[in-house]
Design a protein around this ligand. Structure first.
Ligand SMILES: C[S@@+](CC[C@H](N)C(=O)[O-])C[C@H]1O[C@@H](n2cnc3c(N)ncnc32)[C@H](O)[C@@H]1O
Length: 618
């Protein structure tokens, strides 16, 4: 009830919670099961104030509103200030599913490829990437160096699904659905990145604005490294009505801009010749003025870089001598600038790296630029090169690889991905693509490793829509690893490496002892992935042992087997990571007494459940 009741109107119930808050505002009440708008007394005194319907409750029962009231409400909602993202309200099925079932991995062993002992083990995960990312939050939290993703572009061409329904141009909420879909996944992905990690997100004009807002929100605007325009269709899209689109975008974000590094591209032949056309006894070189120009080049910004240099008979010195000519960093407009180096560096390097030239009757100084010092070409924001053409180096490449046409319509150019990885990865990086499609990212990782002798590993996740995982992604990667004959009958040699293929499957999320035991038994693949150890050394009913080149991994399903494991540890030696089934968080560390230093013990499934409780709020 309220004191602002207009005469003749009986107010049965207030809609607004906490009436005091709205003392000076127009307020809506229930009257005979209909909302009625009234004004506070103070405002009613001003006859030019017209009441507006102000809905203040979160739970409005629109069923009982009149048509006029509904029309007014719709137009009010339409007029509301809008900037930013509108989320899809209906939860995503795959997200809800995780409240009842927990995702785990199951290996499809017929797809495993094993090469030399030291070859890195790459991973393909078939399933919805929401589930794959959940699993990775246990196995790879903070360990991924680069995430490269190329999600569906939501063009309205029925190219992706939300809640198992194809989303096309008719769906009025397709942008909100896309925003929710991307946000759920990016949030999970961010925690996988290492402190120096970088995410590369490709998209085109349909959703770039949505994605920029989401990425800015999740990563922070300050961690935006750059936006690159990639000309992936140099002919232009024929079916565009007004402009023939030639490009898409790659958005680069760092987990932490202060720790991330974007490398330079190595100079190619052409750049070397054009930028470094001269040669001396040290190397090729180009020249730039020894006087600074541009920002921070005025004398007052760095006074110690303003000093005279003396030239006599073609020789340079910091000492004035009889007959020498004094040169100051003063430009043609008479402005006092600075030199590029301090006096100390000048003295160290002037014999090899400074040139004295006469131009326009004046002596001028130049600094030599050497390719190894410059280090490469800084990546530019427009990538325009035939090698980025997604048709010839994506669609046609795939057709040639499979020796048939129409394998997959949306692959990236292999070289667009290779070049991206060149500037954001190290030789031993772990690279994740959770919209892997035909597996271009895996192919690019293998090619780049071959080119620079790297040891990068990839994790590819894709659903199996139109059999993309089993009939395109896997066979493509397998062909590249093992070598193949292309459509021109040319033998393409093997790029080596090893591969494991997993599917996402589920165990009950209800946390009773029976389910915890079941989760432990089925978590082996996740533990092997977490430790990157896939070579099985021993398997009994209650104990499994795996190894990689650095350590052993023991999984104990029954604490009575700890004694057996201890014997194995002594026999096999080396470092150990041990997982022991425990209904609580007990680690049983004391049981290992004398060999404690060699081992790290973790209880399962509690550590997995902790991650899932945080992700799914179960
Ligand atoms: C644009 S394509 C990526 C193409 C890839 N970059 C290439 O070069 O082949 C997007 C892929 O994401 C997959 N995808 C879409 N939604 C997914 C989801 N929720 N989980 C996993 N994969 C998904 C689709 O099957 C499609 O193959």
């Amino acid at each position: 009830m309220t004191g602002h009741t207009p005469k003749g109107v009986w107010v049965s119930e207030r809609i607004s919670p906490g009436g005091g808050l709205f003392e000076n505002a127009v307020t809506t009440y229930w009257y005979k099961s209909k909302p009625v708008t009234v004004m506070p007394k103070k405002l009613q005194l001003h006859k030019n104030i017209v009441p507006v319907l102000r809905t203040v409750s979160k739970k409005l029962n629109y069923d009982i509103w009149t048509k006029d009231q509904l029309v007014e409400e719709i137009s009010r909602l339409r007029r509301r200030k809008k900037y930013g993202l509108v989320w899809e309200e209906k939860p995503e099925d795959v997200v809800e599913q995780c409240k009842k079932e927990l995702p785990i991995l199951k290996e499809v062993s017929k797809y495993a490829i094993k090469n030399s002992k030291d070859a890195p083990t790459n991973i393909i995960i078939e399933g919805d990437n929401y589930h794959a990312l959940s699993v990775l939050n246990y196995t790879h939290k903070g360990k991924i160096d680069v995430i490269y993703i190329d999600p569906p572009y939501n063009t309205g061409n029925a190219s992706w699904r939300y809640n198992n329904k194809i989303i096309d141009a008719e769906d009025a909420f397709r942008h909100s659905k896309f925003a929710s879909f991307i946000q759920h996944r990016l949030k999970m992905a961010k925690s996988l990145l290492s402190p120096t990690g970088i995410l590369v997100f490709t998209i085109d004009d349909y959703e770039i604005h949505t994605c920029r807002l989401i990425l800015d929100e999740i990563f922070g605007e300050e961690n935006r490294l750059g936006t690159v325009v990639i000309v992936h269709n140099p002919r232009g899209r024929n079916d565009d009505r007004y402009f023939a689109t030639m490009h898409e975008y790659a958005l680069f974000y760092a987990k932490n801009k202060n720790l991330a590094e974007v490398k330079k591209f190595e100079f190619n032949e052409e750049a070397l010749l054009s930028q470094f056309p001269h040669k001396d006894e040290i190397s090729n070189y180009g020249v730039v003025s020894y006087m600074r120009t541009g920002n921070n080049s005025d004398r007052n910004t760095r006074p110690n870089l303003y000093y005279p240099i003396y030239a006599r008979n073609g020789e340079l010195s910091l000492k004035k001598e009889r007959g020498s000519i004094e040169i100051f960093p003063i430009n043609v407009r008479g402005e006092e600038k600075t030199w590029r180096w301090s006096k100390g560096t000048f003295l160290e390097k002037y014999r090899t790296d400074i040139l004295l030239k006469e131009s326009g009757g004046k002596l001028r100084l130049f600094k030599k630029r050497r390719p190894e010092i410059v280090g490469g070409t800084k990546p530019k924001t427009i990538w325009f090169d035939p090698k980025y053409d997604a048709s010839s180096h994506g669609v046609v490449l795939l057709d040639s690889l499979f020796n048939k046409r129409g394998v997959f319509p949306y692959p990236k150019s292999l070289y667009a991905v290779i070049d991206t990885l060149k500037i954001v990865s190290e030789k031993d990086s772990i690279i994740l693509d959770f919209f892997a499609g035909s597996g271009t990212t895996g192919h690019a990782v293998l090619e780049l490793n071959k080119e620079d002798g790297g040891n990068r590993k990839f994790i590819l996740c894709t659903n199996n829509e139109n059999n993309i995982a089993t009939d395109v992604c896997y066979p493509r990667v397998a062909k590249v690893i093992e070598g193949y004959t292309n459509s021109k009958d040319k033998q393409v040699s093997s790029l080596g490496s090893s591969l494991k293929y997993f599917k996402t499957v589920f165990v009950s999320a209800e946390q009773n002892d029976k389910n915890k035991e079941a989760l432990t038994k089925q978590a082996t693949e996740m533990l092997c992935m977490r430790e990157d150890a896939f070579d099985q050394v021993k398997e009994t009913k209650s104990l499994k042992i795996f190894k990689n080149t650095k350590q052993y991994v023991g999984i104990v399903f029954d604490e009575n087997s700890i004694a057996v494991l201890k014997k194995d540890i002594v026999k096999l030696g080396g470092q150990w990571s041990i997982y022991i089934f425990s209904l609580s968080d007990e680690t049983f560390e004391e049981e290992f007494g004398e060999i404690k230093q060699k081992i790290k013990v973790s209880p399962i499934p509690e550590a997995i459940l902790r991650v899932y409780r945080r992700l799914f709020q179960i």
